[in-house]
Design a protein around this ligand. Structure first.
Ligand code: ADP
Length: 714
């Protein structure tokens, strides 16, 4: 016969081969399927992100193109020398917030920023238009100057100047003459007339330059303010200064750096001189505010102008060469390049003319993009419009990989797509990210998650099935083992009393008995062994009947006190020759109960027999009978080997036998207590056990006390 461990292993192996292995294979395939699916999702997402980044680049390109086209629209058909040209550029620039400056690239390769107008430049004589041609009228003007400065003949000088003003057709000569007239009138004390003349000079000839190169508009205003002060009109003088300062800040006169410094210094002197004498008033406070804000504007304007001069210098050196090398974009006359100046990168776009080369007549137009404004006004809204928050996170990196703009959700995880923005001309790269945690989330909640859950469920069922099988197999094997144990124990149990009986019977038969005393002892043994045999047979038969459902109680009214006394006496008689005392403590007025006397006798005998069997070194057993809480409790106490906690729970199970060395030395079938329990329950009662290893046990049967009628008793 196979060892139970072997069959168990075999069954589990079969289970594994038949169900486990195919399921595992299935699970593996499912897992691979899910992985493939995930890869597909990932690929999909990458494609999506690539498209998305494409759309963002496209939109950005579109907006830059829009700027270029709007500049074309503003300036087409005009050339630089048109007076309103730089005004048009200013308007264009105000409309296009991402534009830092509009410039021209001349035929000689020089670059000039036209808008915003520079406060000054380092290029001397650029807009002065050269000295006026004074040849024809110079004689007359010179004559006036001699009369005015050498002779002090203001009247004569005025006449001479007026003649020039009336006769000359050259506006510059006229301007010069008018300036002289105003100056003489001021000297002569005719302040009112002088003021009038200066006003006319400013409005009619303001944009011209004098022979010495000073712009009439600037000089005229400075002189006008002096004249106004001399007549005590401080307010008008202040207005004139503000007017002059604004003009200087607008770049009205194309000044050189030294001219700008000179005039602003002069202006400040005059303003300061007038201020020190002034008494504060409400209008003066407003005037001071205006002064302060103009001073601020001037500082900013100087800074900006310096920057643009730097740009001009760099672009003049580098731009033409770069234009030749730059790849032009099909369908657009604009070429975009980025100029690297070390500290910053200029993003510029230049419009090529028909043949591409700039000439003196038609310089090339260019736009310098403001990267900061580009980020704030173009890039940010574009990204906000395209990249849905939550679905995608992104970062825009600068030339050195530094992050210059990022989505609200911090980008982490894997980069799904990168794109260089606006074809390299802006030094930025866009990176799109797949948000890591969200991805798993979406996977679990998406329809693909079903596979995952199905897989989990399958695994769960398998594990559950495997555990159940293992448990049931173990249980069955255990039962089989116990049954086979039982068969061998029972045969053994039968064998020893039978052998004893036979020996005694043979001795008696052969009359080899010494005396009556010995004969009586033999009879005792015969009785004892046959009783043991019959108890054993009763136990086995009753349990078999219980199993088959044929077990029925025959209840009759029984005086339990008497019954217990009989049982004790009988067992005592059987075991006293081994030195055992069975003490009984039965309550005096024990009730009469409806019981199956045979069954209760058997159960109690089993308990007492156990007490004797597992008594160890002690030789005493106590049998008690008492009413308690509506039950009659029959308990048997011994002072023997006792039971461990884990055994106590199992002793009533069928075929269970204690595992300790002490128990194994005692013969038994593992059926006695099972039958006790069945009998107690058949009477509507229960069993209980209290025990302590080494100090003994108390087993008890609790039978409910029911009223016994007279009839029953009878
Ligand atoms: P058996 O006595 O034939 O083995 P039982 O069903 O009567 O079968 O008892 C089951 C097990 O309970 C015993 O093997 C023994 O380990 C334990 N047992 C029963 N009665 C006692 C007792 N009075 N003291 C200690 N152990 C006991």
């Amino acid at each position: 016969m196979k060892a139970p461990g072997d069959s168990r292993r075999r069954i589990l192996l079969l289970f594994f081969l038949g169900i486990g292995a195919p399921s595992l294979l299935l699970g593996y395939l499912a897992l691979r399927g899910i992985q493939n699916d995930l890869a597909l999702v990932e690929q999909e997402r990458r494609n999506e992100h690539r498209l998305l980044s494409g759309r963002i680049v496209e939109s950005l390109e579109g907006q830059i193109e829009g700027v270029e086209r709007s500049l074309e629209g503003v300036t087409d058909g005009r050339n630089e020398s048109d007076p309103p040209f730089s005004r048009l550029l200013n308007e264009f620039r105000r409309e296009a917030p991402a534009v830092e400056a509009a410039f021209v690239l001349r035929g000689d390769g020089t670059v000039r920023v036209l808008s915003p107008p520079p406060l000054f430049s380092d290029h001397v004589g650029q807009a002065s238009g050269g000295s006026p041609n004074l040849s024809a009228e110079s004689g007359e003007l010179e004559r006036g100057r001699v009369l005015e400065l050498r002779d002090g003949d203001f009247r004569g000088a005025l006449q001479a100047y007026r003649a020039v003003l009336a006769a000359s057709a050259d506006r510059r000569v006229q301007g010069e003459a008018l300036a002289a007239i105003a100056r003489v009138q001021a000297k002569a004390g005719a302040s009112g007339r002088a003021i009038e003349a200066y006003r006319r000079l400013i409005s009619e000839f303001g944009e011209l330059r004098m022979a010495r190169g000073y712009p009439l508009g600037v000089v005229g205003r400075l002189e006008l303010s002096t004249a106004l002060l001399s007549v005590g009109d401080t307010i008008a003088a202040q207005q004139t200064w503000l007017d002059l300062h604004r003009g200087l800040l607008r770049g009205d006169w194309s000044l050189t750096r030294s001219e700008f410094d000179f005039f602003t210094a002069r202006l400040r002197e005059s303003v300061d001189a007038a201020l020190s004498g002034e008494i504060a008033s409400a209008s003066q406070a407003a005037y001071r505010d205006t002064l302060a804000s103009l001073a601020g504007e001037e500082t900013a304007g100087r800074l900006r102008t310096e920057e643009h001069l730097e740009f001009e210098e760099l672009a003049s050196r580098a731009l033409s060469g770069r234009l030749d090398a730059a790849v032009s974009r099909p369908g657009s006359p604009w070429t975009r390049v980025s100029l690297d100046a070390g500290s910053r990168t200029y993003s510029v776009s230049v419009r090529r003319s028909g043949d591409g080369a700039p000439s003196a007549e038609t310089p090339l137009l260019g736009v310098l993009f403001d990267q900061g404004a580009m980020i704030g006004n173009v890039l940010t809204p574009t990204l906000a419009a395209h990249a849905t928050p939550g679905a995608v996170s992104w970062v825009v990196r600068g030339r050195d990989g530094e992050s210059i703009l990022a989505s609200e959700e911090p980008p982490n995880g894997l980069v799904t797509a990168t794109a260089s923005l606006a074809s390299d001309f802006l030094p930025w790269t866009l990176e799109l990210y797949r948000p890591e945690s969200r991805f798993v989330e979406t996977f679990l909640t998406s329809r693909r998650g079903v596979y995952f859950y199905a897989f989990l469920l399958l695994t769960g069922i398998l594990v559950f099935g495997l555990t159940l099988t293992a448990r049931s197999v173990t249980h069955q094997l255990e039962l089989a083992r116990m049954k086979s144990d039982f068969v061998s124990t029972v045969s053994h149990e039968f064998k020893s009393p039978l052998t004893a009986i036979r020996q005694m019977a043979e001795m008696l038969q052969s009359e080899r008995v010494r005396d009556d005393e010995q004969r009586r002892r033999y009879y005792d043994v015969l009785v004892e062994q046959s009783e043991r045999l019959s108890t054993l047979v009763d136990n086995v038969l009753d349990l078999a009947r219980i199993d088959e459902g044929r077990y029925e109680l025959e209840r009759i009214p029984v005086d339990v006190g008497e019954l217990l006394a009989e049982i004790v006496e009988r067992v005592e008689h059987r075991v006293h020759h081994e030195g055992f005392t069975i003490r009984s403590e039965i309550e005096d007025r024990a009730p009469v109960l409806n019981l199956d006397a045979t069954a209760i006798t058997q159960a109690t005998t089993n308990l007492i027999d156990n007490g004797v069997k597992y008594s160890g070194d002690s030789r005493e057993v106590v049998v008690r009978g008492a009413s308690r809480n509506g039950h009659f409790v029959i308990s048997v106490e011994d002072f023997g080997i006792g039971l461990a906690d884990e055994e106590r729970a199992k002793v009533f199970e069928r075929f269970y036998r204690g595992g300790s060395e002490l128990t194994r030395n005692v013969k038994g079938t593992g059926l006695g207590l099972t039958l006790v329990k069945e009998i107690a329950e058949a009477h509507g009662g229960s069993v209980a056990v209290e025990s302590e290893p080494g100090s003994g046990s108390i087993f008890s049967i609790h039978v409910p006390i029911e009223a016994v009628t007279e009839e029953d008793h009878g």
